[in-house]
Design a protein around this ligand. Structure first.
Ligand SMILES: O=C(O)CCC(=O)C(=O)O
Ligand SMILES: [Fe+2]
Length: 597
């Protein structure tokens, strides 16, 4: 039987096991070799996706011009993550149906295939490969007694040359490093230098491939994995390159480079006695110059990133352990009903309904807004886009999504956000009897708060009279041109509270609000919905006290402007967070205690 080319590494693995169990050892070898090859191309491709996505995220224009509380870091991480999801989708022939599940991935990462493969090689007479397979397995399971005795047995066979046993899964740098260290022992400085420098480069490259934002927690694990030299764990593999190099360069007569290596090493271990005395020794040499102790650039970058990440991790672990109090005995009826129509509202294509969210739901959503709102989120960096006397705090769907991704926010909130807004969409579609598809174009939770020292007798507006998809001209016409959001077809505002003063929503006949047609007073669960054109001029009166929170939702018929984050959000809720993307990551301890109940 031949393994066919469309089979995933998982299927191949399973067939390998089956062949092994049925003593079909040639098939067994064939399937496992192909499974390993597939898995290798899978990880290679994944690493390419990661690097490419990292690069793209670096170059992307930030959503917000100022880096508030390291949010830029998260933004980049989420961009990178979503980009990887896309990249995987685009390469579905390699990634299969998107998922190698975590369990299967672990089998490969744990070198499980070699547990079978060594036997199948042995049975087919390939004893060298049997020995190497056993060795490869032992590299990551050095304590495994059974495999130890297998290797011992293989090494006693006359066809097995111990010197030629290899680790099939060694990273490139492992051999470079080992050869470098060998050359060092032989005092072959030139070879040692070449190997060590190459090993250093390859190490950093591999580290880069393993490294991405989600890896914060597994960083230690990564280091351990990378630090394994054919089974021996070298916790300090990276700095030890500099240890070798300082002496190699000294022996080669390059004092500057020796000193740079010393300075690089000291970045990792500033108090290391040996290195400090080397430093003294080198600086006493006649050829020494004052600017020699410059750490190498890649070492500086590495150490800085390390410090930064440790701090962020600490921050996440200490700052995000809290509970929200959302116990609420009173539960409003979930039923909604229309309370004002075109007639009461004095204009076309508009209505008001009540009961689209319960008290508890409103409270939860406000909690999220208060906890995670970013000044001006969704307003392209303007903190108070409409009134300088108010503070605008918002959270867009995409930010809620990445908070969930980082486990800073319980998925329940995202679910609630989606559920409530979907209820609104359906209601709007039914009320206006819309036949075409109504896509979400943009969703934003906003709280407008009066600044403490703002005057009480304000007559200005929190949000000037405007239309949502056109620009009102002097002559009263509404011009459907950018910068207006011309693709918006329907608008809906769902209110979350009434604990404030002012803040009434008005429909107006004219731009200056001289001819107010109707007023909507916000309260939890109340919805105002209307077509987004010039026929529905509207505004928000000044909020003079307290904080007014609402979810603004804009719909479109144009699929080009459909909000992609929404489908990603559903994907995240359905499939959970794709941890296998970030192999061997355990960020479960980052989970916060936020609960809806
Ligand atoms: O918050 C409101 O009541 C309306 C807001 C609005 O009109 C808008 O954001 O376009
Ligand atoms: Fe509006």
């Amino acid at each position: 039987k031949q393994a066919n080319d469309t089979e995933t590494c998982v299927q191949l693995y399973e067939k390998g096991v089956e062949a092994y169990l049925e003593n079909r050892f040639i098939d067994c070898v064939d399937y496992f070799e192909k499974a390993l090859e597939k898995y290798r191309s899978y990880t290679k491709k994944l690493q390419n996706c990661r690097l490419q996505c990292k690069y793209e995220a670096e170059l992307s224009e930030p959503l917000y011009p100022v880096d508030i509380e390291n949010l830029l870091f998260y933004e980049k991480a989420i961009r990178q993550t979503l980009c990887i999801v896309k990249c995987k989708k685009e390469n579905s022939e390699i990634f299969g149906n998107f998922n190698i599940n975590q369990e299967m991935e672990k089998l490969f990462e744990d070198q499980k295939p070699y547990e079978y493969l060594h036997i199948c090689y042995f049975q087919t007479g390939d004893v060298m490969k049997a020995a190497s397979s056993a060795f490869t397995y032992l590299v990551s399971h050095s304590e495994d007694k059974v495999m130890q005795s297998n290797l011992k047995h293989y090494s006693s066979l006359k066809d097995v040359n111990m010197k030629e046993i290899v680790n099939f899964e060694a990273n490139d740098y492992v051999y470079l490093y080992v050869h470098g260290a060998d050359a060092y022992e032989r005092k072959d400085w030139k070879t040692a230098e070449t190997n060590m420098e190459e090993s250093l480069g390859a190490y950093l490259q591999t580290e880069e491939e393993y490294h991405f934002a989600f890896c914060l927690k597994c960083k230690q694990k990564c280091k351990k994995r990378l630090g394994s030299l054919n089974g021996e764990i070298h916790e300090d593999l990276l700095p030890s390159h500099y240890h070798y190099l300082q002496f190699i360069y000294f022996k080669m007569g390059n004092l500057r480079k020796a000193c740079q290596a010393v300075a690089s090493y000291l970045l990792f271990f500033p108090d290391d006695d040996v290195m400090l005395s080397n430093m003294k020794f080198y600086s006493a040499l006649p050829k020494f110059q004052d600017d020699y102790f410059q750490p190498r650039e890649e070492a500086i970058r590495y150490v800085q990133r390390e410090h930064y990440e440790t701090r962020i991790l600490k921050f996440i672990n200490t700052e995000f352990k809290f509970k929200l109090s959302t116990q609420d005995s009173y539960e409003a009826k979930p039923n909604f009903r229309v309370i004002m129509t075109e007639k009461q509202l004095q204009g076309p294509k508009r209505f008001v309904s009540d009961g689209l969210a319960t008290t508890k739901e409103c409270r939860s959503l406000i909690d999220v807004a208060k906890m995670f709102a970013v000044l001006g989120d969704g307003y392209k960096g303007k903190k108070s886009p409409h009134s300088i006397l108010e503070k605008f705090e918002g959270i867009t769907l995409s930010r809620a999504l990445f908070l969930v991704y980082f486990r800073l926010l319980s998925p329940k909130y995202l679910e609630l956000y989606l559920k409530v807004t979907e209820k609104v969409r359906k209601h709007v579609q039914e009320y206006f009897k819309i036949k075409e598809t109504l896509y979400f174009s943009y969703t934003q939770l906003v709280c407008r708060s009066a600044l403490p020292d703002s005057p009480k007798n304000r007559t200005d507006f929190s949000h000037e009279v405007h239309a949502d998809n056109c620009n009102i001209l002097e002559n009263g016409m509404c011009e459907k041109q950018p910068p207006a959001y011309i693709w918006r077809d329907y608008s809906a505002i769902l209110y979350l509270n009434n604990a404030f003063e002012g803040g009434e929503f008005i429909f107006s006949k004219d731009r200056t609000a001289k001819q107010i047609q109707s007023i909507v007073v916000p309260k939890c669960g109340r919805l105002v919905a209307f077509s987004s054109g010039g026929e529905n001029l509207h505004g928000v009166k000044a909020v003079t006290k307290g904080s007014r929170c609402a979810i603004g939702i804009w719909f479109t018929h144009d699929s080009k402007y459909a909000d992609e984050d929404r489908s990603v959000a559903y994907h995240v809720l359905e499939n959970g967070i794709n941890f296998h993307l970030f192999s061997s990551i355990d960020i479960s301890s980052l989970k916060t205690d936020i609960n809806l109940n």
